[in-house]
Design a protein around this ligand. Structure first.
Ligand SMILES: Nc1ncnc2c1ncn2[C@@H]1O[C@H](COP(=O)(O)OP(=O)(O)OP(=O)(O)O)[C@@H](O)[C@H]1O
Ligand SMILES: [Mg+2]
Length: 228
C-alpha cells in the first residue's frame, strides 16, 4: 500500500530532514512511526499526503507514484487518505459539522448524506453533541477529536495520523487507539506518528523508528502469546 525507496528530503540547501528512507507497508497493516522530536515524522507524513515532494527517491501509495504525479491527480490521491494533522488544521470560521463534512461537500455528496456521515464520524469520537460549535469553543482534546472525525468521514483506504493523541488524557488516548484498531479491522491501513512510548508498548504493533531523518529500526508486531 505504501512503499518508500531511497527517499530523501532536504529543506533548503543544507537541512536534511530525511535521508535514504526505505520501507514497505502492506494493505491493512497498522504501523507506528516514532522517533525523537525533529526526527522527521511529520515530514514523512507530509510526503505521503503529497503536501511536500521528496528531494530524492520514490514513493508509491495506493497505486500512485507520488514523485511523477500531476497536479490534477492529487485530489484523487487525497480522497483515498484520511489525515490527522499535528496542529489539527480545523477551519475556525466553520462549525464542527462543516469542518467534518467539508470533504464530502467538495465531492458533491448530498446534504442529507453529509449530515448522516458527519454525525456517524463525530459519534465515533464522542462529539456528536458539538455539531454546531466552532473549533475555538472546544478544548484542545475536543479539537483533536474533530480532526480525527474529519479524517474518518470519507472511509479512507489509508489513515495517516500525526500525534493524534498528543492532547488527550490517557483514557481518551486509549479510546482513540481502540477506534483506530476498529477502523484498521475494517481494512484501512493505519500509520500513526507518535513519540508516546507507553502507547506504542501497549498497542503491540509494527514500529518504524526514525532518528535524525534515518530509519533506525523496523520492529515487527510482537507475536501474540500462544497458550499451549
Ligand atoms: N518547512 C520546513 N522548513 C525547514 N525545516 C523544516 C521544515 N519542516 C521541518 N523542518 C525541519 O526538519 C526536521 C524534521 O522535522 P519534523 O517536523 O518532520 O520532525 P518530527 O519528527 O515530526 O518532530 P516532532 O516530534 O517535534 O513533531 C526538523 O529538524 C525541522 O526543524
Ligand atoms: Mg511532528
Amino acid at each position: 500500500m505504501i512503499t518508500l525507496t531511497h527517499v530523501g528530503k532536504q529543506y533548503g540547501r543544507i537541512h536534511t530532514a530525511l535521508a535514504d528512507v526505505n520501507f514497505h507497508i502492506d494493505p491493512g497493516e497498522f504501523v507506528f512511526l516514532t522517533g525523537p522530536s525533529g526526527a522527521g515524522k511529520s515530514t514523512l507524513l507530509k510526503l505521503l499526503f503529497r503536501q511536500q515532494m521528496p528531494t530524492s527517491g520514490e514513493i508509491r501509495l495506493a497505486g500512485h507514484r507520488l514523485a511523477s504525479m500531476s497536479a490534477k491527480e492529487i485530489p484523487f490521491l487525497r480522497r483515498k487518505l484520511g489525515v490527522v494533522f499535528q496542529d489539527f488544521k480545523l477551519i475556525h470560521t466553520m462549525t464542527v459539522f462543516e469542518n467534518v463534512a467539508f470533504v464530502l461537500k467538495v465531492m458533491g455528496v448530498s446534504f442529507s448524506e453529509q449530515k448522516q456521515r458527519a454525525f456517524r464520524s463525530l459519534k465515533m469520537v464522542g462529539l456528536q453533541h458539538k455539531l454546531s460549535s466552532y473549533p475555538l469553543q472546544l478544548s484542545g482534546g475536543e479539537q483533536q477529536r474533530v480532526a480525527i472525525a474529519r479524517a474518518l468521514v470519507n472511509d479512507p483506504l489509508v489513515l495517516l495520523a500525526d500525534e493524534p493523541t498528543g492532547n488527550l488524557d490517557p483514557d481518551l488516548a486509549q479510546e482513540i487507539m481502540s477506534l483506530f484498531e476498529r477502523i484498521n479491522g475494517q481494512g484501512t491501513t493505519v500509520m500513526v506518528a507518535t513519540h508516546d512510548r507507553n502507547l506504542i508498548q501497549r498497542m503491540r504493533k509494527r514500529v518504524l523508528g526514525l532518528d535524525h531523518g534515518r530509519m533506525g529500526f523496523d520492529l515487527p508486531a510482537p507475536a501474540s502469546m500462544v497458550v499451549v
